[in-house]
Design a protein around this ligand. Structure first.
Ligand SMILES: [Mg+2]
Length: 468
């Protein structure tokens, strides 16, 4: 990793993007406090606020009622994703006029890598001004903050330094001056948990952090992540290419109070989450070598676990097997009745460390290859026929009514995110199939080593804790 002394990376961040897009299209909303909502309801949360609303104290994520208390005159509108995407496309086209290497980071942010343009532009500040002018010509109400720095992380920091219509160039000479105006939590990626870790080893400010040794930062972050932080703050590029596609996939569900009372419902949710990830893996011909599972409770505490696998998996029932083994191990060794308490608010499963299906190594002595073929064929059959449940795995039949419910509220969000891609299509229609009888063993089974191969029994009765 080499440090770069020249400031050749630019970060462009549109200001109050969704709200400004609305104000762009509706001039009567300009200059007024505006909150953008996903759906129109008194309980809705504002997902974006105009500058005027922000000035009155409105923040992203606030409930409408709280916003109105701070800013009684706030106007509201629901989102128009198609319009935001259209403007995104136009802005990316403007950026690509100046630089071949434009990497969109989100709908309203992009990084431009000018490292191969050393001899083309004398001063990137001029390029930034030209970009702002070009955007204004197309969309006169849209403003952006631009940061220029030796790496993409510091360029993003540059966009945080001046919020409205900003332009900041961070160099090896002025960096400490700029960092001195920031708190640790102003750095992207440093939230309160990381702040606490840094404080514990005596680092209180970004300037101190930059001048700390990699060894000290490794101590704070518990490993190689500390090195990344050292490099970020000392001009090396760590972030630009690390976000490879499909780096992680995850699925989460929030539960109602009633749902969290029923252990069977919780376990069915787990099936539905893993099945969803399985669908995505099959579709992209990937397997994963790392699983994570988390439970968030109503009091904001959480239980999570990361499972590294010797053999990559794709099968939902296998994922569940590993997760349940880990849970059983925890419950057994800590003498906890169940991690799925009635305070459970949210379940999440994540997968990462992907392996391409065509380079999968099959070991000689398991029946994995046959299972993988069966799974592929099952999805091919589902694709051939209108009715997606023409064929299903035994394990999917656990509590179909709950699974339908679980899909219902998660999929709407999913469908909004990616245009033209309806995820979960295999599970959109479910039928009431009688719930199989449960077998409840009296005590938890002896925990197995979690990293060992799980001899996946697709019927979901291998572990039910003795909670009565
Ligand atoms: Mg923005």
């Amino acid at each position: 990793m080499t440090a770069n002394s020249e400031s050749l990376v630019m970060y462009v961040d549109m200001n109050s993007y969704f709200a400004s897009c609305e104000q762009q299209r509706h001039p009567e909303l300009r200059g007024k406090p505006l909150g953008v909502l996903t759906y129109d309801s008194p309980n809705a949360a504002v997902i974006a606020a105009s500058v005027e609303a922000k000035n009155a104290g409105v923040k992203t994520g606030m409930r409408l009622g709280d916003c109105r208390a701070l800013c009684p005159g706030m106007l509201t509108t629901t989102t128009h994703p198609g319009w935001y995407r259209q403007i995104h496309v136009d802005i990316m086209a403007i950026l690509r006029y100046y630089c071949d290497e434009v990497i969109p980071k989100s709908i309203d942010e992009a990084v431009l890598n000018f490292n191969s343009y050393r001899l083309v532009y004398n001063d990137l500040t001029d390029v930034a001004k030209q970009i702002k002018a070009d955007i204004a010509k197309k969309y006169d109400y849209l403003k952006c903050s631009i940061g220029i720095a030796p790496n993409s992380f510091l360029a993003k920091v540059g966009t945080e330094l001046q919020k409205r219509d900003g332009l900041v160039r961070i160099t090896t000479d002025n960096i400490d001056e700029h960092l001195a105006t920031l708190k640790l939590t102003d750095l992207p990626g440093i939230a309160s948990a990381n702040e606490r870790r840094l404080n514990m080893i005596g680092i209180k400010t970004p300037v101190q952090m930059r001048h700390s040794s990699p060894a000290l930062l490794r101590k704070a972050f518990g490993g190689v992540v500390g090195n990344y932080w050292y490099h970020r703050l000392n001009f090396a590029e760590v972030d630009l290419y690390s976000k490879a596609e499909n780096r992680t996939m995850s699925a989460t569900r929030t539960l109602s109070s009633k749902q969290s009372q029923d252990r069977q419902v919780l376990e069915s949710m787990l099936i539905s989450l893993c099945t969803r990830l399985e669908q995505r893996l099959v579709k992209s011909n990937l397997f994963c070598k790392e699983l994570s599972f988390s439970i968030r409770y109503k009091d904001y505490t959480r239980w999570d676990t990361v499972i590294k696998l010797a053999d990559p998996v794709q099968d939902a029932m296998e994922m569940i097997g590993y997760i349940k083994e880990r849970i059983a191990h925890f419950e057994y060794t800590r003498n906890v009745t169940t991690v799925f308490t009635d305070k459970t608010m949210n379940l999440g499963v994540g997968i990462q460390s992907f392996v391409k299906g065509d380079v999968m190594q099959y070991s000689l002595f398991d029946n994995r290859m046959r299972k993988d073929v069966v799974r592929k064929v099952m999805y091919q059959i589902k694709d051939r026929f209108e009715h997606k449940n023409i064929v299903r795995k035994g394990g999917e039949l656990y509590i179909p009514e709950v699974m339908k419910d679980a899909i219902g509220f998660g999929s709407v969000r999913d469908m909004n995110i990616k245009e033209g891609e309806v995820k979960n299509k295999y599970m959109l229609e479910e039928e009431g199939i009688p719930r199989p009888a449960l077998v409840r063993p009296k005590v938890a089974p002896k925990p197995k080593e979690p990293e060992l191969y799980y001899d996946g029994d697709p019927i979901f009765t291998d572990f039910i804790p003795d909670d009565e």
